[in-house]
Each structure stands twice: as C-alpha cells, then as structure tokens.
Design a protein around this ligand. Structure first.
Ligand SMILES: *Cc1c(COP(=O)(O)O)cnc(C)c1O
Length: 265
C-alpha cells in the first residue's frame, strides 16, 4: 500500500515520516525491522526522503543505539531529543546527510540558504546535559545493561500472555506493552468510554507506581537505571491493577451517561 501511494504521488510527496520499530504515543504499536527496509527501498525507488523520528526510540530504548540500525538502513533525516539529554533539559536535533546540506549550501547570490532556527538553539546548558549523557553512553555499557533488563522484562511478560483479558503482549527492547481487551479470542476492545486504562493508572498510583496507559494499552518504558527488583514490583502492580479493572462491572463504576468518566485525567 505504501509503495502504491508513493508511486501514485511521488511528485507531490516530499517525505515519509516514520517512528522506527515502535509508534509510541500511538499505542506502542510495533513493526518488524523488515518494514523499515521495505519503506527505505520504496522511498529510494520513488525519490522520496525518509525521515526517522527517533525522539522516543533513540538512544538505546529498542536495544540498539538507534532503532534504524536493526533494519540496517539510514534515513535522510534523523530526529532526536528526549534520551539525548537523559531527559534533564530540553534539546532536540535533526541530523541529515551531505546531499541535503549541499542543496542549501551555495553562493549567497543564489538565495538557497535555509534560514531556520529557534530562540534557544544551541542552549549551552542543554548542550552540556547532552554531552554528559553521551559521556555516560561512552563510559558504561548502557546498551548491554539494557539488554539484560529487556530480557528480564521478557520473563516478566510471560504470565500476562495467558491473562483472560490481555489480547496482545508486545516488546521491543525496553518497551513492553499489554493490550487489555474484552475478548482476546476476537481481540474485541473494551468500549473506549469505559476508560479502563485510566483506572489502571489510579490503582497503580495507590500502590506507588506511575503507569500511564495509552487507552487500553498498559506499558512499561522505564528509565535505564531501573533494577530487576523494581521491574518485579512494577509487573506485580500492573498484574494486580489489570486484574481489578478487567473485572465486570468496573470497580470505580463512575462512567457517566454521556460515556465520559467522572474522573479527569
Ligand atoms: C516526544 C516526541 C516528540 C516531540 O518532541 P519535542 O522535542 O518535544 O518536539 C516527537 N516525536 C516523538 C516520537 C516523540 O516521542
């Protein structure tokens, strides 16, 4: 479908934007690295730039420093932020290659310069936080440790696969997601108005964990300093909360007649 769309509209499409391997805010939807390879090939075939938004998946989250590495591809633009500063200060960067750079680098008289910046571009404090984060990657085996933690998360995921109201368990590196459904056999979702994910958040908070489900998708995307013991506790709490909110009727029972929960997120 992507190839057909690019073929039909190649002359009007400037670029394809993807979140490599995991669409995070979209519900922790995951695809195989092969999809990226095929998308890269399709973009090349039709002369369309490929933009990889690795703001969430970059810096070791999916098991490699950048998610694109798992597909062996190079995007035309790479967007980075979040993990770049370890989350301590806001900074984002867009990297691109020489082809793009040269398209804007010319004699002044040709007026092709791309004059674009933000008020706080290159903020020195944020830049220092980014350098400190990169030093941590250089000084310790962050990716190796993440692989151990990811393996532990995979072990913890086991029991969730047989839960009567979990329709899908998916993981990529240090992202693990459980999708709560009314009927796993048909993957029939709960009516969205019931906001069962919100109840998971409320029950988890009572138990000392901050889980922030996306709709009915409960997920772990923990900081890299988390320990195995903390992951164990997180899984215990997630299990308890999923048990509670998949009971019928809802324990909080506060769905309003118009379908909205009485409790504001
Ligand atoms: C957080 C996030 C953004 C927004 O990044 P900003 O630096 O806040 O603009 C964009 N894309 C993805 C995938 C994100 O996770």
């Amino acid at each position: 479908a992507l190839d057909a769309t690019l073929a039909a509209h190649a002359g009007e499409i400037a670029a394809l934007i993807v979140e490599p391997l995991v669409q995070c805010a979209g519900g922790m939807r995951m695809h195989d690295p092969e999809y990226l390879r095929l998308a890269r090939a399709a973009c090349d075939r039709h002369g369309v730039h490929l933009i990889a938004d690795e703001i969430a998946v970059g810096f070791g989250r999916t098991g490699t420093l950048f998610a694109c590495e798992q597909a062996g591809i190079t995007p035309d633009f790479l967007c980075l932020s979040k993990g770049l500063t370890g989350g301590y200060l806001p900074m984002s960067v867009v990297l691109t290659g020489d082809d793009i750079y040269r398209a804007f680098y010319d004699d002044y008289g040709k007026l092709t310069a791309f004059l674009h910046s933000h008020s706080y571009t290159g903020n020195p404090l944020a830049a220092r936080a980014a350098l400190a984060t990169l030093d941590l990657f250089a000084a310790s085996d962050v990716l190796g440790r993440n692989r151990e933690l990811a393996a532990h998360m995979a072990r913890l995921a086991g029991p969730f696969r047989t839960h009567p109201h979990i329709g899908d368990v998916r993981q990529r590196g240090m992202i693990l997601a459980f999708e709560m459904v009314a009927d796993p056999a048909t993957r029939t979702p709960y009516p969205w108005q019931q906001r069962r994910g919100l109840d998971v958040y409320r029950h988890a908070l009572d138990r000392g964990a901050l889980l922030r489900p996306l709709g009915n998708v409960v997920y772990f995307m923990p900081p890299y300093v988390i320990t195995e013991a903390e992951l164990d506790r997180l899984a215990e709490i997630a299990w308890e909360c999923i048990e509670l909110v998949t009971l019928d009727p809802l324990p909080f029972g506060d769905i309003e007649p118009d379908g909205r929960s009485g409790w504001l997120a």
